[in-house]
Design a protein around this ligand. Structure first.
Ligand code: SF4
Ligand code: SF4
Length: 372
């Protein structure tokens, strides 16, 4: 074990991280399935996944001389924000009910880098850190480092935090001794090591987005469609989206391992529970100014006004509530063709066909009609 390694772990835990684990980066660590997943096209139009594949498979291309990685977990479990199923409110992925975690975790990672320099004598050029989006295999490495196992829902599942962990990674040139995986005799990246016969996540997925255990087809996933997809959401998936306006937690919520999840220490993440209080009406009435104000500093700002209006239109159509007719008819004349197309869909779902005919003749375009 590198001198000072346990002291380093302690220092990092004091920064507010909930999990700190080490892994050695021998060639081939964590390579399971990435090539096949890309070949099948499951990354949808997230081209960066393909572009960065080589780097993900070889950490030396990211940081020449990288020998270890420090895997960091921050839990966002908060039982008080659990949204009752069936309640006619817009539904949000739980992580969205915080200030953007990329922004709030990054300062802690800067402090972690300083700790690395002080405790292990590393130079600032000896390490690189990533929150979630780097060209690194953080989930597979976290499994190898014993932070948890990869569940059939394709998430890292921890015995202490369930599947509510946000992962970060510090690649470094120091040689650190790896922590033991959860089942020392099994291949740590294997899917479903502690799932047993359970298939709840796969069964509960509203769009059947798991072609196999642990394999996610992003093209069918509501999280991808409502967040990453900036254009039209396939009409065949819209009903299954229900009232979800940003992401989907269904395959996370149902996992029985979550019963062991502890409340986070809340030292790093900053809660924005007020977002969960927004009504669908408020979302449908958002203006650019109001959107900027309400979602300032949150992950939701990334999908921009058009994204949230698009998603709100789908939710309005799926709600079956006539009180949203006026809203979606107004949005059927929106300046964005993406909003118009989904508003037209929602208006039809709400039976506003006649009013729509007048609206369409005034404002629609080819793209709306094609989608319609
Ligand atoms: S996030 Fe939702 S849509 Fe995506 S795989 Fe999980 S349950 Fe299915
Ligand atoms: S819901 Fe069941 S099958 Fe899915 S990840 Fe959790 S334990 Fe595994």
């Amino acid at each position: 074990m590198a001198k000072g390694q346990e002291h380093l772990r302690q220092r990092l835990l004091e920064l507010g991280f909930d999990e700190v684990r080490f892994v050695g980066l021998s060639p081939g660590v964590g390579q399971v399935g990435l090539g096949d997943w890309l070949k099948a096209g499951y990354q949808a139009d997230m081209d960066w996944m393909e572009r960065t594949a080589e780097k993900r498979l070889d950490p030396n291309l990211v940081l020449p001389g990288a020998r270890s990685a420090i895997l960091i977990g921050v839990t966002y479990h908060d039982p008080e924000v659990a949204q009752p199923a069936g309640e006619a409110k817009p539904a949000w992925a739980r992580y969205a009910l915080h200030q953007d975690y990329h922004d709030t975790i990054k300062p802690a990672l800067v402090a972690a880098g300083k700790a690395l320099e002080e405790v292990l004598g590393a130079a600032p050029t000896d390490y690189r850190y990533y929150v979630d989006t780097g060209p690194v295999l953080e989930r597979a490495w976290a499994a190898r480092a014993g932070m948890g196992f990869v569940g059939k829902n394709a998430m890292l599942i921890s015995r202490r935090h369930g599947n509510w962990l946000l992962l970060s990674c510090i690649l470094c040139r120091e040689e650190l001794q790896g922590d033991a995986p959860v089942l020392p005799r099994a291949a740590p990246e294997s899917v479903g090591l502690l799932c047993g016969k359970c298939t709840r996540c796969m069964d509960a997925c509203p769009t059947q987005a798991f072609p196999a255990p642990g394999v996610l087809d992003s093209r069918r996933c509501i999280s991808y469609q409502t967040i990453e997809n900036k254009g039209m959401i396939p009409a065949s998936l819209r009903e299954a989206i229900g009232l979800r306006v940003y992401g989907c937690d269904t395959c996370l919520e149902v996992c029985p391992w979550n019963r062991f999840a502890r409340q986070g220490r809340r030292l790093i993440l900053s809660s924005r529970r007020d977002i969960a209080e927004l009504t669908l009406e408020e979302l449908l009435e958002l203006t650019a100014e109001r959107f900027a104000k309400v979602f300032k500093g949150t992950a939701v700002k990334r999908i921009k006004l058009v994204g949230i209006l698009r998603n709100a239109c789908i939710a309005a159509g799926n709600s079956g509530e006539q009180r949203y007719r006026g809203h979606v008819l107004r949005l059927a004349a929106h300046s964005s063709p993406v909003v118009r197309a989904h508003a037209v869909w929602a208006a039809r779902k709400l039976g506003a066909t006649e009013e729509l005919a007048a609206c369409r003749s005034a404002e629609s375009d080819e793209r709306v009609l094609a989608e319609y």
